[in-house]
Design a protein around this ligand. Structure first.
Ligand code: ADP
Length: 370
């Protein structure tokens, strides 16, 4: 296990591209951290700086209190799993697992013991004599994880390890990797562009935006219920949060489509946002049905017209228009409206978020989200 500390870490590539800006973070022993964000936002660059595969342009990176900027990959005590499994096709699973240890000149009996133990953790015992071409994608990925696991390391780095698998295998491997992490305990940094993967696997998530800017670091709970800015609000959650533009007039959120809501209950200091352009946000799954076309206590009433519905089984996605704005709502299939229906719904105050349109930051609120 290892404790990691990043102080103002930056990466500027030789061509002048500034790929990571002021990365600051402390990672505790044994934590499972996901770096998440769209393609090109600097996740792999950050991972490669941790691995020692890319130089750190400026700033400091510490492993267990020791400055690690100049350490070799080996000195850092890391193992890395890539998106391409990078298995040796002409070697069996056993030989693939044993490869690194054989190179290090470790005794055959110790290798045998380690290969068997690793194969057991990963459910590969029955496949040790097979070649990679005779394995499924999920099994190949397990061998790749096994090759990293078999070496005693303190830091485990994974770069999109599941992206070559089909949806079902991804779900299975997600929980397997979590279980391995629980039993091995190595500090793990995992890169993905998939917010569901990040939400389900992490102790904490780092959300990054293109240009290499960290947007928010927090537990899955914090990111989902307390997104600090519009980017995080729109990135975490599926389907994404709904955004309605408007402005604050006399303490009310108003927009050109007839919405007018008292925002005093949901912000700390309403006077400070008077006249501001703002975005009202709510999650598709946070809405409630309006009873008799009325809002309950502590709710905003929203009138919409239904464009399209999608039955998913446990829920129905309703695509609707609120004035000129398109929204997505998640509704119990038994209560779902039909295409073309007028549909009134409510947004509880505790599920309503306000963001400053210009700075894109959350407007401070004391609201306890649920
Ligand atoms: P991600 O992993 O989030 O998809 P990367 O860290 O791979 O993103 O890349 C971040 C940005 O840095 C991208 O715009 C990419 O094109 C750029 N980049 C990556 N490697 C190099 C390099 N060797 N030289 C210049 N730019 C690079």
């Amino acid at each position: 296990m290892a404790h990691l500390l990043f102080k103002d870490v930056n990466k500027v590539y030789p061509n002048g591209y500034h790929a990571v800006h002021d990365f600051n973070m402390e990672i505790n022993d044994g934590e499972f951290i996901c770096l998440v964000g769209d393609s090109g936002c600097g996740k792999s660059t950050t991972l490669r700086m941790i691995a020692g595969l890319e130089d750190i342009t400026s700033g400091e990176f510490y492993i267990d209190g020791k400055l690690a900027n100049q350490m070799t990959s080996r000195e850092r005590g890391i193992a890395m799993v890539f998106q391409s499994y990078a298995l040796y096709p002409h070697l069996t699973v056993y030989e693939n697992l044993a490869f690194g240890l054989t190179l290090e000149g470790i005794d055959a009996d110790i290798i045998e013991e380690k290969v068997q133990a690793t194969a057991k953790i990963l459910g590969l015992t029955d496949y040790l004599e097979r070649f990679p071409r005779n394995l499924s994608g999920g099994q190949c990925q397990r061998v790749a994880v096994g090759r990293a696991l078999i070496r005693k390391v303190n830091i485990f780095l994974m770069d999109e390890p599941l992206s070559n698998l089909d949806a079902k295998q991804r779900v299975t491997m997600r929980s397997e990797i979590k279980q391995i992490h629980r039993s091995v305990g190595a500090t793990t940094i995992y890169v993905t562009h998939d917010q569901t993967e990040a939400m389900t696997m992490s102790d904490r998530i780092v959300v990054m935006k293109s240009g290499g800017y960290v947007q928010q670091i927090g537990t899955p709970y914090e990111l989902y219920f307390y997104p600090k800015n519009l980017f995080v609000a729109g990135f975490i959650g599926e389907p994404p949060m709904n955004f309605v533009n408007g402005r604050i007039e006399k303490g009310k959120f108003v927009n050109g489509d007839g919405l007018s809501y008292d925002v005093k209950p949901i912000v700390k200091d309403v006077a400070s946002i008077e006249g501001k352009e703002v975005v009202l946000a709510f999650r598709p799954e946070a809405i409630k049905l309006a009873k008799d076309g009325k809002a309950g206590k502590d709710e905003y009433l929203v009138k919409s017209k239904v464009d399209l519905t999608e039955l998913l089984g446990d829920t129905t996605n309703v695509y609707a228009n609120v004035g000129k704005v398109n929204v997505i709502l998640k509704v119990n299939p038994h209560d779902a409206p039909k295409m073309g229906d007028e549909f009134d719904f409510c947004v509880p105050y505790k599920a309503a978020y306000l963001y400053d349109k210009e700075t894109e930051q959350a407007i401070p609120s004391d609201m306890e989200r649920q």
